[in-house]
Write a protein that binds this ligand. Structure first.
Ligand code: UDP
Length: 246
């Protein structure tokens, strides 16, 4: 834990770590669960000990997914997405507290500012926090309805000079089909951003991928499951599927 890898030896020394809301809650009931939080905070603290600079973009699917709520017909899509964004702020507060409890220094800047609770994101302050060695948590996605936190992850990565987005998922990479339901699904070790867009492989939604492609931003899709896998993948990104500019 204290043996710091030389950060300059890392392939991607500054990263966005994209965590889904699900990873903070109970797989069936959602919400925010202390055990899940503690585990994820320990994992992130271990990863930070490699010397990598981490910007966390967290989702909110454990609380509200705007599109799903709007489909039920009672709440319109834009306000449902506002609720979704607020959910990501709840997760970010939980993550900040859990990270601090595990000994890390963490600061929150939200795309949707909430006075006294979640200061609004600004690039200069976020860069200054990174320079101070803090883990920066940026909820709220891009701050507008009709987007996802995957778009938020790509936006923050480009804006804050990150070298890649590490997307933590339930499976160990990108597959040709859903491996949980399709036995013929095959795993990609590597693929190009162009292929990811053309084959609609579900790496991220189309607008997030389009922005990654425009800015030549690599995405590493890896499994958040095995203990220590965040730190391991930071050291050795090829553990996941590498989605790279051609
Ligand atoms: N959301 C939004 N704009 C954004 C990011 C998120 O409106 O830029 C809302 C949207 O309703 C989304 C919810 O916040 O469903 C939670 O985010 P997401 O679905 O990306 O979370 P995840 O699936 O990663 O847990």
């Amino acid at each position: 834990m204290h043996a710091m890898t030389n950060a300059s030896s890392l392939t991607y020394p500054r990263i966005v770590l994209k965590l889904s809301g699900e990873s903070l809650g109970n797989p069936r009931e959602g919400g925010v669960v202390a055990e899940a939080l503690e585990r994820i905070a320990t994992e992130i603290t271990q990863a930070a000990a490699t010397g990598v600079e981490i910007v966390i973009v967290c989702g909110g699917g454990n609380i509200v997914r705007g599109a799903a709520l709007a489909r039920a017909g009672l709440v319109e899509r834009a306000p449902a997405d506002h609720m979704g964004m607020l959910g990501t702020v709840i997760n970010a507060i939980a993550l900040r507290e859990a990270l601090r409890a595990s000994g890390a220094r963490a600061t929150l800047f939200s795309a949707v500012g909430i006075d006294g609770i979640a200061p609004r994101f600004d690039r200069e302050s976020a860069l200054a926090a990174i320079a101070r060695g803090e883990i920066v948590i940026t909820p709220g996605g891009v701050g507008s309805p009709f987007f996802t936190t995957d778009s938020g992850a790509v936006l923050r990565a480009v804006e804050l000079g990150c070298d890649a987005v590490f997307k933590a998922t339930k499976v160990d990479g990108v597959y040709s089909a859903d491996p949980t339901t399709d036995k013929t699904a095959t795993r990609y070790d590597r693929l190009s951003l162009d292929e990811a867009v053309e084959k609609r492989l579900g790496v991220m939604d189309a607008s997030a991928l389009a922005m990654a492609r425009e800015h030549d931003l690599p995405i590493v899709v890896f499994e958040f499951g095995p203990e220590g896998n965040i730190a391991r993948t930071v050291r050795e990104p090829s553990i996941g599927t590498l989605v790279t500019p051609a």
